[in-house]
Design a protein around this ligand. Structure first.
Ligand SMILES: [Fe+2]
Length: 224
């Protein structure tokens, strides 16, 4: 679960900033430590800890979870294509993930990010911002439709099959589009805006419940 910048954490960031190469603090998580960290395990851990608190890694972690959950729907799609029934418990849990975690937590963070970008000169095009907002609304609508079908006990219809395919495609494409067209602008954010946004993220996580957020991330991990 992501944590946020305290004064102690800022000290850690300062201490570790001299180890950060030209990729800067918004570089994406990497499985292997870069060469400049070799032989310095403490600094590696401190850098990783500090990096997790920044905007892009927080949103990326949530996107990874969304893609894991979306991909898990493929096994349900295969069941339906083979003429079998979908797994009701699995589909209900996945619908709950998108309804509860994505709508109520992830999208709020990104809305705050997009609102901030709208006030700045360096930002994605208005067309792209509108497009992304429409996709978020569509994602919420498709989740509602899935919940409606679950309530009706529909576990085998062509409508359910088509809906699951739309949900998978939407979330895979939408997260990729944000990473390509929105995330690069995060690097250009000044420290005042960055700190303000991180405080908003913290507020949303607390309103949502840090514990529930961690549970949904753990749920996505189980689906690997
Ligand atoms: Fe997103």
């Amino acid at each position: 679960m992501a944590t946020f910048t305290s004064s102690k954490d800022k000290k850690v960031q300062k201490q570790t900033s001299r180890y950060i190469d030209e990729a800067g603090k918004e570089s994406f998580p990497s499985s292997d430590p870069p060469a400049w960290t070799l032989g310095s395990e403490f600094e590696v851990n401190a850098f990783r800890q500090a990096n997790k608190m920044d905007i892009t890694p927080i949103l990326m972690r949530e996107h990874v979870a969304m893609r894991q959950v979306a991909r898990a729907l493929n096994s349900q799609i295969k069941l339906l294509e083979n003429g079998e029934q979908a797994d009701k418990a699995q589909l209900e849990k996945i619908a709950q993930f998108f309804h509860e975690y994505v709508d109520e937590c992830h999208y709020k963070k990104e809305q705050a990010l997009l609102d901030m970008m709208k006030r700045n000169a360096q930002k994605p095009t208005d067309y792209m911002l509108r497009d992304l907002n429409k996709e978020k609304k569509l994602g919420s609508d498709l989740t509602q439709e899935l919940m409606g079908l679950m309530n009706k006990g529909d576990l085998h219809s062509q409508r359910l099959l088509a809906l699951l395919k739309r949900i998978v495609n939407l979330h895979i494409n939408h997260t990729g589009k944000e990473e390509e067209y929105v995330f690069p602008y995060i690097k250009q954010m000044d420290d005042v805006n960055r700190d303000s946004l991180l405080n908003d993220f913290k507020k949303f996580d607390q309103q949502f419940s840090m514990q529930k957020g961690a549970q949904w991330l753990a749920f996505s991990e189980q689906l690997k």
